[in-house]
Design a protein around this ligand. Structure first.
Ligand SMILES: Cc1ncc(COP(=O)(O)O)c(C=O)c1O
Length: 366
């Protein structure tokens, strides 16, 4: 059998590999998924949809009620005005990112990704035939705006992710504005991945599309409403982008799962109190993990959002920690610039975090 060179050129995600190798009794600080259950009213909406027989294909772009709810959410929470026909409902943010890569990239195009950054950007751009170039982060783990600007000339796309995975960094409005405006001047499209927008501990979230029309907004219910398995996300953009992305979506996905679309509709239009409950709990866990790691001598900037700490840690220690039964992800899974780091997620109980800190202390003193 012969395989595509583009696909052979990427590797299975290092995160999944480590997760699969977890022994019994391991504490998982590896996988970036909320440990909360999906709120009941959202589950009820899905059950209702099944009972009412809403189980066939929907229109390709997603049911109009959901696209209207997303358009209203974007206006209410993000100060963005996208009409419902400027939204495509996708199978998670992942599909939205894939559509953008397929629809906007030509073979050999240069694409800029934060390095370290979320693993899918480089992989999906590579599958689309693009050449991936990393943009380094500053010592505070924020995107280096000047370094990004230097690389923009002739680039096709820039991925922006605030709050960021794996760093937890929240970019300032000034940085986001500077990046979008420079990109606009140089004909670069910005893909703004905002899946962690509701998990920020003290700062405001600012959507990149507030600063220019060269921005595609990507988001999902996955993290906000603890719905990773439901696979609903979206992209919002101007008509020309939607038109091209729709072709790819139509042929590779047809539509997002009908039942999950009704659940997402309930998520966006129903009671929002669970989001605040999760945010407060994540913040308490972040403090617990951050302070515990500080006490063990790990010095790094306080993560401002998402549910990750990105911790300076040599490869030897990462391996010892994993052998002690704490699953963490080595920094090199996220790019070339983070070999001596590890990502530890705090989307797990306070008890697990306390036990993980005890095991990390034991690994560090070996
Ligand atoms: C930054 C970022 N974007 C997108 C995704 C994928 O989201 P979804 O589960 O909605 O496909 C993730 C998941 O970990 C993520 O961390």
């Amino acid at each position: 059998m012969k395989f595509s060179e583009r696909v052979q050129g990427i590797e299975i995600s290092g995160i999944r590999r480590i997760f699969e190798g977890a022994g019994p009794g391991s504490i998982n600080l590896g996988l970036g998924q909320p440990d909360f259950d999906t709120p009941q009213h959202i589950k009820d909406a899905a059950i209702r949809a099944i009972r009412e027989g809403k189980t066939g294909y929907t229109v390709n772009a997603g049911i109009v009620e959901l696209r209207t709810a997303i358009s209203e959410k974007l206006r209410r929470e993000n100060a963005l005005s996208y009409r419902p026909d400027q939204v495509i409902v996708t199978a998670g943010a992942s599909e939205a990112l894939h559509l953008v890569c397929q629809a906007l990239m030509n073979p050999g195009d240069r694409v800029l990704v934060p390095d370290p950054g979320f693993v899918s950007y480089a992989a999906l751009a590579t599958i689309a035939g693009a050449k991936v170039e990393g943009v380094p982060l500053t010592s505070t783990l924020h995107i280096d705006v000047e370094a990004a600007k230097e690389r923009m000339e002739g680039a096709r796309l820039l991925f922006l992710n605030s709050p960021g995975n794996p760093t937890g960094a929240v970019e300032s409005p000034e940085s986001i504005c500077a990046l979008v405006e420079s990109a606009n001047d140089l004909g670069v499209t910005v893909v703004s991945d905002e899946v962690y927008e509701h998990f920020i501990y003290g700062k405001p979230h600012v959507s990149a599309a507030c600063y220019g029309e060269n921005v595609i907004t990507v988001n999902a219910v996955s993290k906000t409403y603890a719905m990773t398995g439901w696979r609903i996300g979206f992209l919002a953009a101007d008509e020309s982008v939607i038109g091209q992305c729709m072709k790819v979506h139509q042929y590779c996905q047809a539509c997002a799962t009908s039942i999950a679309q009704y659940a997402a509709l309930a998520a966006y239009t129903g009671d929002q109190s669970s989001v605040g409950v999760m945010r407060r709990e994540y913040q308490a866990r972040r403090d617990l993990l951050y302070e515990g790691l500080n006490r063990l001598g790990f010095q790094f900037p306080l993560p401002e959002g998402a549910f990750y700490t990105f911790v300076p840690m040599g490869r030897d220690l990462v391996e010892k920690v994993i052998r002690k039964g704490v699953i963490i992800v080595p920094g090199d899974s996220f790019g070339r610039n983070a070999r001596d780091y590890a990502r530890l997620t705090y989307a797990t109980s306070r008890e697990n975090i306390a036990e993980a800190l005890t095991r990390i202390a034991a690994a560090a003193s070996e």
